[in-house]
Design a protein around this ligand. Structure first.
Ligand SMILES: Cc1cc2nc3c(=O)[nH]c(=O)nc-3n(C[C@H](O)[C@H](O)[C@H](O)COP(=O)(O)O)c2cc1C
Length: 209
């Protein structure tokens, strides 16, 4: 299936069957999230992959009782790093050096560039920057699931403070941003039959030829 067909096939699945998505399929979707682009390649976010039914049940009331939370196979919680600085930048440099088999000292200039981007931001700006990167991965995840013919729903409909509390995210230096519920559509979900609504192409795009 090509990407456009997959994007037409997918929809924000409100009711799922609860059936489990095979591990290898989930991991291909997670690989796509991992391969997402991010500013400077820094990836200042973490994605929780929840398949434990008790944990999903705990999040249900904090998520306005939306059924996808408990009817999904896996619930991904996209989290921004609450704070980050030189330690995280050094870890990133070490990863580049290891992956590309090079001396980390050769990355000094790049490290200064990343530190410049990080240090120049207030805590709230850092959070917003991290969140923007995480949402790119969220979009990639939705597309990847569609290509796998697995249903998914991006979700912001939850109380972040309650979710952070339920998952102990503060202690992990994380703040919840959005979910992607992954699973299989229920035959009862009428939305799967509704035509897709999108802004007209000439309104969404302004072509400057
Ligand atoms: C970041 C984000 C948050 C969303 N939050 C919710 C949500 O909490 N509950 C829900 O049922 N759908 C949610 N949606 C789904 C959108 O409503 C849906 O993607 C949009 O209406 C377009 O429909 P389609 O995805 O079926 O084409 C969310 C989508 C995104 C991308």
């Amino acid at each position: 299936m090509n990407l456009i067909d997959a994007l037409n096939w997918r929809y924000a699945t409100k009711r799922m069957t609860g059936a489990k998505v095979p591990d290898e399929t989930i991991h291909r979707i997670l690989d796509a999230a991992r391969l997402s682009a991010s500013s400077m390649g820094f990836q200042p976010y973490t994605i929780l992959v929840i398949s434990n039914e008790d944990v999903k049940k705990k999040l249900h009331p904090a998520s306005f009782n939306q059924p996808q939370v408990i009817e999904s196979s896996h619930l991904l919680v996209f989290c921004a790093w609450a704070d980050y600085g030189e330690k995280e930048v050094d870890e990133y440099m070490a990863n580049i050096a290891k992956t590309r088999n090079m001396d980390v000292a050769l990355l000094d200039g790049f490290k200064q560039a990343v530190m410049g981007a990080v240090n120049g931001k207030s805590p709230e700006e850092k959070f917003n920057w991290a969140a923007r990167q995480a949402y790119i991965a969220l979009g990639t995840t939705l597309a990847a699931a569609a290509l796998e013919q697995v249903d998914a729903n991006g979700m912001e409909g939850f109380n972040p403070a309650q979710v952070d509390e339920a998952l102990g995210l503060k202690e992990k230096n994380l703040r919840s941003l959005a979910y992607v519920a992954i699973g299989y559509r229920s035959a009862e979900d009428q939305l799967q039959f509704a035509a897709k609504v999108r802004r007209e192409k000439d309104k969404l795009f302004h072509f400057l030829n």
